[in-house]
Design a protein around this ligand. Structure first.
Ligand SMILES: NC(=O)c1ccc[n+]([C@@H]2O[C@H](COP(=O)([O-])OP(=O)(O)OC[C@H]3O[C@@H](n4cnc5c(N)ncnc54)[C@H](O)[C@@H]3O)[C@@H](O)[C@H]2O)c1
Length: 330
């Protein structure tokens, strides 16, 4: 069975998904909704899909089995509800919504309609992270005591990137909140967040952040630390570690080669991946593949609407914590 899918939004991540969907024998990308003409033309040229400007045209399209939402976050909840009501399976980019009321609306709509709602927390599907999670799941490190995540972007987003209070937590750290839940195998119950805007003047002006450190407590008793920066001069730095009562599982940076060149001035290693499309390329491919497996075979989703909602709750708690300078319970 080939799944007929529509794409909503063909910007940065939408184009990446469009390429993966077009390359996959599991899907037929039939239509793309994208209001920006130049962006729409580009995706049409690359994929051969029909393009329309208005996403509501896809809602009652009888040919579509599923949609992938890669539109701006503020549209996700309404779009999930509309497509769920129309009986389409949905793969929604993170965040599922920007507040809990909208997240609940989206989750309830999918549940009531009996359609699949996958939220794209693609980092879970990274093959290296999957090994880390399996080690914890199999009890090889014992009971988790500390989850440590370092996630640093290579450089500041461009001036077009919309900044605002809580944006770094909701847009960027939200991946790490999900990874923390995933790696600990437990819900986050307490959050204490610090943030700073020392590098990015636009973030400072918008009461946003470019640097954050978040401490977590999990229901299973473990603690966690997330360290985020918008600027690591040496590349896209992605590391994760779980310390447990019997040992430690750690996932370092993934590089093109493990060859290093040594001279009198020291060891030179290859550069880190440029950014997330390179580092997590395989995970994005697997995200659509797992979505297909759920539609066709009823396989479990890698991350669903409840995961989407849980990460939003932590992001909102982190924003309250940094603003009010206190520990926030969930
Ligand atoms: N999983 C990941 O690693 C990852 C990475 C990047 C972005 N994202 C998420 O994907 C979403 C999109 O981010 P982006 O970086 O691609 O943004 P973007 O601005 O590059 O793309 C958004 C696109 O949506 C289009 N759009 C605007 N209004 C629309 C409408 N009413 N209907 C259809 N399309 C509309 C815009 O024209 C634009 O082309 C965000 O929620 C973001 O958080 C996820």
């Amino acid at each position: 069975m080939t799944i007929k899918i529509g794409l909503v939004g063909a910007g940065f991540i939408g184009l990446l998904h469009a390429r993966n969907l077009s390359a996959s024998p599991l899907f037929e990308l039939t239509v793309v909704a994208e209001p920006n003409e130049a962006t729409a033309n580009r995706v049409a040229q690359e994929t051969g899909a029909r393009v329309v400007a208005d996403w509501t045209e896809l809602v009652d399209d009888p040919l579509l089995d599923a949609v992938l939402l890669a539109s701006p976050a503020e549209l996700h909840a309404d779009q999930v509800v509309a497509f769920a009501d129309a009986g389409k399976h949905i793969l929604c980019e993170k965040p599922l919504a920007l507040n809990l009321e909208d997240a609940d609306r989206a989750v309830a709509a999918a549940q009531e309609a009996g359609v699949l709602l996958q939220v794209d927390f693609n980092r879970r599907l990274d093959p290296h992270h999957a090994v880390l999670r399996t080690a914890v799941e199999e009890g090889r490190v014992g009971a988790p005591t500390i989850v440590n995540i370092i996630s640093r972007d290579p450089g500041l987003p461009g001036p077009d990137y919309r900044r605002g209070p809580g944006k770094m937590f909701m847009d960027t750290t939200i991946h790490d909140f999900d990874m923390a839940r995933f790696l600990a195998g437990s819900e986050i119950t307490e959050v204490s967040a610090l943030s700073a805007a020392t590098i990015d003047e636009l973030a400072r002006e918008a009461d946003d952040a470019d640097t954050t450190v978040v401490a977590l407590r999990f229901a299973n008793g473990a603690l966690g630390i997330i360290d985020n920066s918008r600027q690591a001069r040496y590349g896209y730095d992605q590391r994760a570690e779980v310390l447990g009562t019997e040992g430690m599982a750690t996932c370092g940076n993934v590089q093109d080669t493990v060859t290093a060149v040594a001279t009198a001035s020291g060891f030179a290693s290859p550069a880190l991946p440029t950014f997330f499309p390179e580092r997590y390329a395989e995970s994005f491919r697997l995200a659509v593949e797992r979505f297909a497996a759920s539609i066709v075979d009823g396989a479990p989703l890698p991350s669903d609407g409840r995961d989407g909602r849980a990460a939003i709750a932590v992001a909102l708690a982190a924003e309250t914590s940094r603003r009010e300078r206190r520990v926030v319970s969930l």
